[in-house]
Design a protein around this ligand. Structure first.
Ligand SMILES: Nc1nc2c(ncn2[C@@H]2O[C@H](COP(=O)(O)OP(=O)(O)OP(=O)(O)O)[C@@H](O)[C@H]2O)c(=O)[nH]1
Ligand SMILES: [Mg+2]
Length: 476
């Protein structure tokens, strides 16, 4: 093992979650690279996981097989020490001589004896038995810098975590919790910082890893903001066109059929645009086991038609009005909102809005929930066309944005150490756009309106990007 590259071996009882811990820390959700499994003894050899930035290996982690016979191995090392206090030379001899009887213990101790630091993973929902105490003793005798990680896999009985902490605190340089199934960026960063605390000799390399990690995270966020701006623009510009022939004009039922078919096509395309954005986000955050779930058939991805969506996502009525989504321009309809309505002039009215808004604002606590489309527009002159465009609801762009922000949240919440397949989903979580300051909502609304009118305001785009980048930075 090269002395120049700091190495850390992840050790612990079989099934403690060693591989899952590394998978989450290093963002590997691929079982071909790191096999996480409920079968004890899954990892049978030491696997090196180099942390490489731009071709340079900065730190190396080592996944190891779990302790299988810690008590017997401890006794063997004591025997080698011949009644004296066991220490590094005795562990070294154990590694050199006892491979046949203790294949797992020898394999996991090999890299430690060769100079690696120790990350000891325990599941504190297990009672603190002799076998664990034996593991701790052996690791103490190696004399290497040691960090203990509590990775709870189930409910911890009262008092048990403090018993673990107390015991570990006596033998390890530092004790931290790292839940391999839920740790996120912040916890990953803290784990790396803990390595600095147990082994300052490798400080430079670890600080460089931390710096690179921060840069990379920022870059991903910016690329995500770009992907979301692109998604919103494409969605708001989306129109489905169909020529309108003589028969369509003569037969209302036929025309209606055509419109239904076109709106289905519209939502299918919308779901495709949405899926493309989610795909991009999954790629940026290196997830392969999250399923993309926008379903064009049910429009589940947007769910604009359900009351639930309106209650949870998008802006409230007053917020919509303040953002300028409603500008009092709908054919002089009188709105009685009980809040200040800023009449910002017809210029800011979304092009596709129709009478639906009046119903929305005059209605009770909830908007009228019927889908309203840009409507059948007869393009004048030679080419007569049916056009299906964005739903007329002024909340449409806000619900689109909210649903994507919730997906983003779900993506960055997902720990790479998990191996279950899950839908990205958007059905949980509270509205994020409602938390935006009103000036930011106005800027976004102006830009949404320009997109809906078919000519995105390029001048506003940097500001829109900046706002979204800021929003993503506040997703924990
Ligand atoms: N609920 C929960 N389960 C976990 C957690 N960490 C690991 N597991 C599960 O525990 C089992 C063992 O995880 P692994 O990471 O394979 O454990 P290991 O220590 O590498 O096991 P071996 O290689 O067999 O020694 C798997 O089914 C994991 O999904 C956790 O934080 N929470
Ligand atoms: Mg393993």
């Amino acid at each position: 093992m090269s002395e120049a590259i700091p190495s850390f071996a992840v050790v612990g009882r079989v099934n403690a979650g060693k591989t899952a811990t590394l998978a989450t820390l290093l963002e590997v959700d691929d079982n071909d690279v790191l096999r996480v499994s409920a079968t004890p003894g899954e990892t049978t050899r030491v696997q090196a996981l180099p942390v490489v930035y731009h071709g340079e290996e900065l730190v190396r982690f080592l996944d190891t097989p779990g302790f299988q016979q810690p008590v017997e191995a401890m006794r063997e090392i004591e025997r080698i020490a011949g009644g004296g206090t066991p220490g590094p030379p005795h562990v070294q001899r154990f590694v050199a001589e006892c491979g046949a009887r203790f294949p797992d213990e020898v394999r996991l101790l090999e890299p430690v004896v060769a100079g690696a630091g120790v990350l000891y993973v325990v599941d504190p929902s297990n009672p603190l038995r002799d076998a664990f105490l034996a593991e701790m003793e052996i690791l103490r005798w190696t004399g290497r810098p040691r960090l203990a990680l509590l990775n709870p896999q189930g409910d911890i009985p009262p008092g048990q975590e403090s018993a673990w902490r107390e015991r570990l605190g006596a033998t390890f340089n530092l004790v931290r919790t790292f839940d391999a199934h839920s740790a996120r960026y912040e916890e990953r960063r803290k784990l790396l910082e803990s390595l600095l605390q147990i082994d300052e000799r490798h400080g430079d390399a670890i600080r460089r890893v931390l710096g690179k990690m921060e840069d990379e995270w920022q870059e991903r966020r910016e690329l995500s903001a770009e992907a979301i701006v692109d998604f919103l623009e494409k969605s708001l510009l989306l129109r489905v066109h169909e020529p309108l022939d003589e028969k369509d004009q003569g037969l209302p039922a036929r025309r209606e059929r055509k419109r239904t078919e076109m709106s289905e096509r519209y939502f299918k395309k919308l779901a495709e645009i949405e899926n493309d954005c989610v795909k991009e986000l999954l790629k940026l955050y290196r997830h392969h086991l999250l399923r993309i779930d926008a379903d064009p058939a049910s429009h589940r991805g947007l769910d604009l038609a359900t009351e639930e969506t309106w209650r949870k996502w998008g802006l409230g009525r007053g917020q919509l009005a303040a953002a300028g989504a409603i500008a009092g321009g709908a054919a002089g309809a009188a709105f009685d909102l009980g809040v200040g309505v800023h009449s910002l002039g017809a210029g800011t009215v979304i092009g596709a809005l129709g009478g639906g808004i009046a119903a929305f604002f005059k209605g009770g606590s909830l908007p009228e929930l019927k889908m309203k489309f840009g409507g059948i527009k007869l393009a004048g002159g030679d080419g007569r066309n049916l056009v299906v465009g964005p739903p007329a609801s002024p909340n449409f762009p806000w619900v689109l944005l909210d649903s994507m922000l919730l997906r983003y949240q779900n993506i960055i919440d997902r720990a790479h150490g998990r191996r279950d397949v899950e839908a990205v989903g958007s059905a949980t979580g509270e509205s994020r756009v409602r938390l935006l300051p009103s000036e930011q909502r106005s800027v976004l609304q102006k830009w949404f309106a320009s997109c809906l009118k078919g000519s995105p305001d390029r001048g506003l785009e940097p500001e829109v990007f900046g706002i979204l980048n800021g929003v993503l930075a506040h997703v924990p």
